[in-house]
Design a protein around this ligand. Structure first.
Ligand SMILES: Cc1cc2nc3c(=O)[nH]c(=O)nc-3n(C[C@H](O)[C@H](O)[C@H](O)COP(=O)(O)OP(=O)(O)OC[C@H]3O[C@@H](n4cnc5c(N)ncnc54)[C@H](O)[C@@H]3O)c2cc1C
Length: 382
């Protein structure tokens, strides 16, 4: 396995960026998480530190607070972070893409620099109690008034870290008569607005990542609508296409660390580990190599100027399989040791179980591949 398994198209330019970032990281290592410091607060400190060095929003135009480079520069930075087991900046990449594509010029200039700097932390208010996979079936409703403002009523669910956020990219229906996919509209909701209640939920692993969001006649201005009425579905699909993409997350290099460690252990303890476990390690290596092959394909697509699309569902499925098998295998190979490279193996194992649900379940990814990639049916909307 080479040291840098991802091969970017313009080696000189990206290598210069990687060298500069490595030098910066040597002087600005990942800070210690303080005792009792909630994970999002810690990640926010890290976000701000990365931003102070110019390492957030590399692919966002300078006029909106980024560096005006390409998405591959951003991927290279994520890759370097993952290779050190350091976290990236949560949620910014794909939400920034949604704003870049759908927000007005004025909104992009107002919202993006603050999002990139971490001055405003954003969350994603898509899912509802009755609308997760069937997102278009949402019932949160934004009623438009004659002067252009809206009153929003409804409930969101599974909104990650809303209690630590300032703004929410919110989806709501704006037309009860139009077909569902044509009646969803997006808003930039300030979470301190009267009528918004955020209630954290405690998950089985002890984390309070999820929140319920209650919207009780919340006033939103026309200037807080992102895109036109009815653009919400396209915005949601753009957002999740970037969210599901294998490239931007730094996950690949993080998996690479653990795969390499498992591979080494398999050699060192060849006569000692049961055959079943050795073949599990072999499968982990194969999953990882397949994922890398896909990532290389995405890199070629990006270099050709192609945006993320429904093919991201293939990445999401492959990432889910690789991640779940990897941490399940690591737990068996290192049973007494819960601390591995990249963090706590047991905690990561627990979180890996959610990979087949967040960003759309594995079943939904298969539906998308059937409908929108392979065109096996005419269900064109998901
Ligand atoms: C860690 C985590 C973080 C999350 N963060 C956020 C967030 O920040 N913001 C947000 O909006 N949401 C978030 N979610 C919610 C996530 O998007 C939903 O959980 C997901 O879309 C599934 O929806 P659901 O839970 O309502 O399950 P359901 O849609 O009720 O699905 C239940 C089961 O039925 C299956 N199913 C449903 N429809 C079909 C179908 N048509 N074909 C085949 N099978 C089907 C599903 O695959 C699943 O197995 C998060 C979820 C997790 C786990």
């Amino acid at each position: 396995m080479t040291e840098d398994p991802l091969d970017f198209g313009d080696p000189a330019d990206l290598e210069r960026l990687r060298t500069a970032f490595r030098a910066w990281l040597a002087e600005h290592p990942l800070p210690e998480r303080l005792p009792d410091e909630p994970l999002p607060v810690f990640l926010h400190r890290w976000h701000r530190l990365l931003h102070s060095g110019g390492w957030v929003g590399l692919d966002v135009p300078e006029v909106y607070g980024g560096r005006g480079l390409t998405s591959l520069h951003q991927v290279a930075v994520s890759d370097e972070l993952g290779a050190r087991g350091a976290p990236g900046v949560p949620r910014v990449g794909y939400l920034a893409h949604a704003l870049l594509e759908f927000a007005s010029e004025d909104q992009r200039r107002r919202l993006l620099p603050r999002m990139l700097a971490g001055d405003d932390v954003w969350c994603q208010g898509f899912s509802e109690p009755g609308a997760g996979s069937d997102l278009a079936g949402m019932s949160t409703y934004a009623a438009r008034h004659d002067d252009g403002h809206y009153t929003v009523r409804g409930q969101k669910l599974w909104t990650s870290y809303a209690q630590y956020s300032d703004r929410c990219l919110l989806l709501a229906r704006t037309d009860r008569t139009a077909r569902p996919h044509a009646s969803v509209t997006a808003f930039a909701l300030p979470l301190d607005r009267p009528g918004v209640t955020v209630r954290p939920l405690r998950a089985a692993n002890g984390d309070d990542e999820f929140c319920e969001l209650f919207l009780d006649d919340v006033r939103l201005e026309e200037s807080e609508r992102i895109g036109a009425e009815g653009d919400g579905w396209a915005l949601a699909m753009t957002t999740v296409s970037y969210e599901r993409n294998a490239l931007d997350t730094g996950h690949l290099s993080k998996y690479g660390l653990l795969v390499e460690r498992l591979r080494r252990t398999a050699h060192e303890r060849r006569g000692e580990l049961p055959d079943g476990l050795l073949s599990e390690i072999g499968r982990c290596v194969v999953d990882y190599e397949v994922l890398l092959a896909h990532a290389r394909r995405r890199i070629a697509e990006r270099l050709a100027g192609q945006p993320a699309g429904p093919e991201s569902s293939v990445d999401k499925l492959l990432m889910t399989r690789a991640e779940q098998r990897l941490y399940a295998t690591a737990l068996k190979v290192f049973p007494q040791e819960v601390h591995g490279p990249g963090g706590d193996v047991f905690a990561q194992y627990l979180y890996s179980r959610a990979a087949s649900v967040y960003g759309g379940t594995s079943q939904i990814q298969r539906n998308i591949i059937a409908q929108r990639v392979l065109r096996l049916t005419d269900g064109a909307d998901r």
